[in-house]
Each structure stands twice: as C-alpha cells, then as structure tokens.
Ligand binder design. Structure first.
Ligand code: IVH
Length: 678
C-alpha cells in the first residue's frame, strides 16, 4: 500500500468509527465510548484532514464542528412546498376534524392517526443524496427558504451519512430543530457569565443558534433534530410503505432521529387520550412542545384528502393553552423572604395563560429588572410553564407610553425598615433586620412548620401570620409554648382546631436529626445537605462545634455553605432557640438507631434512570434518600445500585458493564413496601 492510501484508509476508519459512535449515542441512546475518547478520535480526523485537505469529503463527521463563516445565506426553492398546519384548541375541534375526514373518505371507521408531540422549534428540510447529507434549508415562507447546510451538519444527532440498506436515491427528511430545556438553561448560564444577551426561551435560542453565519458557533449550541415527515422521495423503498408511521420507522433505521413519544391512535377518542397523557408529561419532557400533531396515517388516504391553501386536510395541530401572553405591569411590590432576601413581585393586569389566570409574576432581583429594562405601566410578555412561577420574559417596547415609571429598589426593608444590603458576590438584596424583621420571622416559622421540616399538621401559613402578628410567637421554639387559651384567642380558631393543633405539635416533637437541621432554615442548607451533615457528624453537638475545615469534609458542602453554617451555629440567639427546642421536648433517635431501623440503604449510592410508570421520579428519589441512600445522577464505579425504569439507555448499559446491582421499578416498589411495613 502506498503511503497516501494508508492515510486514506486511516481517515476512512476514523470516519466509520465516529459515525458508529454517533449512531450508538444518538439513535440507540447507548454511548459506546467515553466522551473523551470520541473527542480524541474527532481531533485525530480533523488533524489528518488538515494535513491532507484532498482527503476531506462532504460526508466526513468532522463537518460536525463547523466551517468557515458565510457572508450571507443563499436562498433555496423547496422542490415540494413546506406546508403549515391547521390548529385546534379543544376536544370539539378534534372530533370535528375526525368527522370531516370521515365525510370526505366516505365513512371509513377506525381511522388510524399518527400522534406526534408538536415540537417547539424550527422546521428544517434536510436532503440526502445517495445517503449523504447534501443540503439543508429553513422553511422560510414555505416555498423559498435559506441554505443552512453547514449549520445543520453541526447538529449533534443529525447523521451526515445515512446507514443501512436500500437508502433512497434522493430523500428529503423534514423535521424540527430544537434546543432541549437543559441545554437552554446551560446556554443562558454561560451567556450570563460572559455578560452576553440571554435568550427568552428554548425556541428563540434554537432560532438564534441556527441562523448563525458562523457554523462553528452553531456547533457549540445544544441543538437537536427530530424528523416528522418527508418531502422529495426518489426510490422504491419508502414509496412501497403504505403508512406514514412505517416510513418514519424506516428513517429511524437509517439513523435519522425520531421523537420517542410519538404513538398511533385509532379514532378521535384515543387521540384525546394521547393529548391528555402528553399534556401530563409535558413538564417532565426534556424539550418544549406546544401541542400535539395528529396525522392520518394511511398515505393513500392522505392523497385522497389533499390540501386546502397551505395546510393538508389530513393533519391537525391541537395546541396546548398558550404559555405566553401579553399584559400590563401595574405595580411592583417587594417581598421579604425567610433569609431577608428582597424579591420584587410584579402585579399584573390579570391574564389567562397556560390554563390559569395570572396576576403576579416574579422579577427575581434588581439585575433582572435592569436586564429586562422594564418599567411600571409597560406592556410585558409573561410566560407560565407548568407549575413554575410565572415570569416576565420581555417588554413590548412599541407599546411603551409616557406613563411608564421607573422601578425603584428600596433602600430600607418594606416591613421593618431595617437597612437593605447587597453583597458584591450576590444578585440578591437583603433586609439586615434578621429576626427583628416580622417578615423574616414569619417566613422562618412557616419553613420550620412545613412538610419537609417539622410537618406540623394544621399549622398553615395563615395561622403562623396571625400568631406572629398577635405577638404570641417570635421564633420556632415559641410554637411549643403555645397553650389552649393562646390559640383560641385567635380569630376563627375554635376549641377543636386548637386542641388538634396542640396534639400535632406534641407529635411533631419526635423528629429526626436531618429534619431538625433542615427546619432551622440555615442558608443554603436544604434537605440533602442536612442529611449529609447528619450522616457525617452523627450528632447535633458535633455539628454545632464543627470548624469550617471539618464542615468542608461533608459531601456537597462548599465554602459558602460552610460559612453560613459556622456563623449560624455561633450566633447566641440561634443557640438559644436550639437549646429551648430541646428543653421543650424536641428529640430524635441517634443516627445509629435510625439507620438500623429505617435506613436500609445507608451510605449506598443509587442512580435512577429511565421512565418510572408507577411512581414519580422525585418521589422515588425522596424515598431512597429517606432510606439513607445518596442519589446520584451518573453511574460510576462508586455506584451501588441502579434502578432502571422503562427505556433505560446508556446508564443501564454502563451499570451492566460495571457489574452493578440493577433493579427494575417493581423491585424498587417491593422494597419500599417492605420498608413501609416496618
Ligand atoms: S407536520 C404538512 N409534525 O409545526 C405537515 N409539524 O404549524 C407539516 N411541527 O412548521 C408539518 N412538530 O415546524 C409536523 N410532529 C410534527 C411537528 C410539526 C412541530 C411544527 C413545524 C411546522 C409547524 C406547523
């Protein structure tokens, strides 16, 4: 072999290896090598191609890292127009859609639909010729789009070359480019750290990333693609398949990524069930969707139904209630939290968004107000995603009038008038009043009584507020000094509720060390840090006496947490409250006692993966932690147990290769049941 042919051979091998790893990772959801190894192979290929540019091929995986910037995007005329969809908003629309179809198709029964999440990104067309990606375009106006080939090649899960048998001569794959939620959060975090502009939502971030003239920037953005239809098809293989879903499956076999949540339904009733079930999963999905697309699955029926203007008769998008709406910011109030943090809260003209009426939204902090450039009386875009607190996304500047007024951040606490301080390292401004501030007092006691802390039945936020306002309590220990006359002196508190509350307080005295620590409301000490502290030090006394260095030995405890803890435990008023609580009868078993009885998974590292069907993931995680486990996100040699739900992917294979114990959901539930019996 000549030297050049050896080098060609080496390039070919590297390409084949990289293609195979891409396929394993993105299509099979089972990485075959560590990321670092993949990067090493990619660097080797790029170096080889740089040295021998004649070796570069259009289908080389090295194209994934982007190429020289363009001066503008060329226009591309779509061979088959890219259509849009008719929208429906409720069940009646879907039933009417089925009825229209049945009338046109002369009363066929049991219509079969492809049900697909309506991905909230951008429609893109990708042309493969002899299995190689040759061109990609935006939808544009449906007739003419922009040539974004270089950018689309950099999208991690888009194959530059199709794999497998009987690949059509020319195949135009259509689908959505989107940014997964987690990638979006990370991107915004990086943008923030660099002082760059933040994106309002994953869709905008995807659009901004895809329309980059410099594809090396696109390559760094966490974009993904799912195919949902086809344009040009030349060749027998696909045309021989009678159903849209069969054709999608064929694409999947050639390595084209598909949305795993898609399904088939028979008739409008099953479509409605699918819509409701996707609606329930919506917040938990890793990507944003704005509805469900229903398509008649039978291609011959699609052909008979045809099109009206720009939309097919055989498909319909049923939208979820809008998550973004426009309203007016009427005022801004400043709330004081448990740790004195002052949060600006937007009072809005009530507006119906995401299925509920919203009249408040958080503005987070002073920086956020500056970033948005928002003023009182401005028209604003608000967004409500699931059960997340509504947020102001942007200001509609065109609608600003002369009545717009600057938002002035208070220099004194709106509740106790203490000075407001903002440290250099934090975005948050805080009231310096501490427990002198009634707002902080109330919040501290509400936290103490909350479910994950002392879990005091019948002690809701309203009663805490009444008790503090009536000066019957000032701190958590005072709760255990309440008596019947004190409680019945409150408005709307009857004898029976008062007795119940006193009983609940008595019961709550028996707690655990992690809960006790958590309930103190020490800054940055959440449930899991509290648990780690208890496990590490085993007693409250040792935690109270611990120096910074020994606090830092606890898992998840960093400088900031250690500082907060250390100072909290040296503050005489805090020590007083802790001592009083114990004097008043608050107690917990020693960690050794607790572990033997209740913590069968003590010090075990457990990883959860895949979809659980009978128990929410956060519930499972909390239960495992209650049993003493440390729940981690990734599998390593230190993992003791993997719990694999349905569709478990790379973590399962990794655990198998490391010989780690694996349970399915049933085994986990059986274990929980056994533990609950004790
Ligand atoms: S099918 C003729 N399927 O929705 C078929 N579109 O409002 C046209 N979209 O421009 C599109 N998910 O960007 C289809 N599973 C899906 C989709 C989907 C998202 C978007 C697409 C299109 C828009 C139409």
């Amino acid at each position: 072999m000549t030297e050049l042919s050896q080098i060609e051979e080496r390039a070919r091998t590297l390409r084949a290896e990289l293609e195979n790893h891409n396929y394993q990772y993105y299509v099979m959801d089972a990485p075959s090598i560590p990321d670092a190894e993949y990067d090493r192979l990619m660097r080797a290929l790029i170096a080889l191609e740089k040295e021998y540019p004649s070796l570069i091929t259009a289908d080389s995986p090295s194209q994934k890292v982007g190429g020289a910037p363009l001066s503008k995007f060329e226009q591309i005329t779509h061979e088959v127009p890219m259509l849009s969809l008719d929208n429906g908003f409720n069940e009646d629309d879907l039933i009417a859609f089925e009825k229209r179809l049945q009338e046109r198709l002369l009363n066929v029964n049991d219509l079969r639909f492809s049900c697909e999440p309506k991905l909230d990104g951008l429609a893109v067309s990708i042309m493969y010729e002899d299995g190689v990606l040759t061109q990609a375009a935006t939808r544009g106006d449906g007739q003419v789009g922009e040539n974004i080939t270089q950018n689309v090649k950099t999208i991690a899960n888009v194959p530059i070359k199709l794999r497998g048998e009987n690949i059509p001569k020319r195949l135009e794959v259509r689908g959505e480019v989107f940014m997964p939620k987690q990638g979006f959060e990370q991107l915004n975090q990086t943008q923030k750290e660099r002082g760059d502009k933040l994106f309002a939502n994953p869709r905008n971030a995807a659009a901004g990333s895809l329309r980059q003239l410099d594809s090396r920037i696109t390559a760094k953005r966490p974009l993904l693609f799912y195919a949902y239809s086809m344009g040009v098809i030349e060749g027998e293989t696909l045309n021989a398949l009678d159903f849209h879903t069969q054709r999608l499956t064929a694409l999947g076999e050639w390595g084209v990524p598909l949305c795993k949540e898609s399904a088939v339904a028979i008739g409008a009733k099953q479509c409605i069930e699918y819509f409701n079930s996707i609606g329930e999963q919506r917040n938990a999905l890793s990507y944003d969707i704005d509805g469900v697309v229903f398509k008649v699955d039978d291609i011959s029926m699609q052909k008979r139904l045809g099109f009206v203007s720009k939309a097919p008769r055989w498909a319909m998008a049923q939208k979820f209630p809008a998550q973004e709406e426009i309203t007016v910011l009427q005022d801004v109030e400043f709330q004081v939290g448990r740790t004195g943090a002052i949060t600006p809260v937007a009072r809005l003209e009530p507006v119906f968004v995401g299925g509920v009426t919203v009249s408040n939204a958080t503005l987070h902090n002073q920086d956020e107000i500056l970033r948005l450039g928002v003023k009182i009386n401005d028209t604003v875009v608000i967004r409500r995603a699931g059960d997340v607190i509504p947020q102001i996304v942007s200001v509609v500047m065109d609608k600003r009038t002369s009545s717009a007024v600057d938002i002035v951040f208070p220099t004194h606490c709106p509740v106790c008038e203490s000075h407001v301080e903002r440290s250099e390292s934090e975005a948050v401004a805080r009231c310096t009043g501490g427990l002198v501030c009634p707002a902080q007092r109330k919040e501290a006691i509400k936290h103490f009584a909350s479910r994950k802390a002392f879990d005091i039945d019948g002690l809701g936020d309203k009663i805490v507020e009444q008790l503090v306002e009536a000066k019957l309590i000032e701190n958590p220990a005072d709760l255990f000094r309440l008596n019947l006359p004190m409680l019945t002196s409150l408005e709307r508190m009857g004898d029976k509720s008062a007795v119940n509350l006193l009983n609940a307080l008595e019961t709550a005295k028996n707690t655990t060390l992690p809960k006790f620590l958590y309930s103190l409301g020490i800054r940055e000490v959440g449930e899991s840090t509290a648990r780690n502290l208890a496990m590490h030090f085993l007693s409250l006394e040792s935690i109270m006496q611990a120096e910074i260095e020994s606090l830092l030995e606890v898992p998840d405890v960093g400088d900031i947490v250690a500082q907060h803890l250390f100072h909290f435990m040296r503050e005489p008023s805090n020590i007083d409250i802790i001592t009083s609580l114990q004097d008043l009868g608050v107690n917990w078993p020693t960690i050794e006692q607790a572990s033997a009885e209740q913590q069968p998974l003590l010090a075990k590292t457990v990883v959860l993966t895949g979809t659980l069907s009978q128990m929410g993931r956060s519930e499972a995680k909390a239960k495992l932690q209650d049993m003493g486990a440390k729940v981690s996100g990734s599998v390593s040699a230190k993992t003791d147990l993997l719990i694999a739900g349905e569709k478990a992917g790379s973590k399962l294979s990794k655990a198998q290769s490391l010989n780690i114990d694996i349970w399915n959901e049933e085994q986990m539930l059986a274990f929980f049941a056994e533990y609950d019996d004790k």
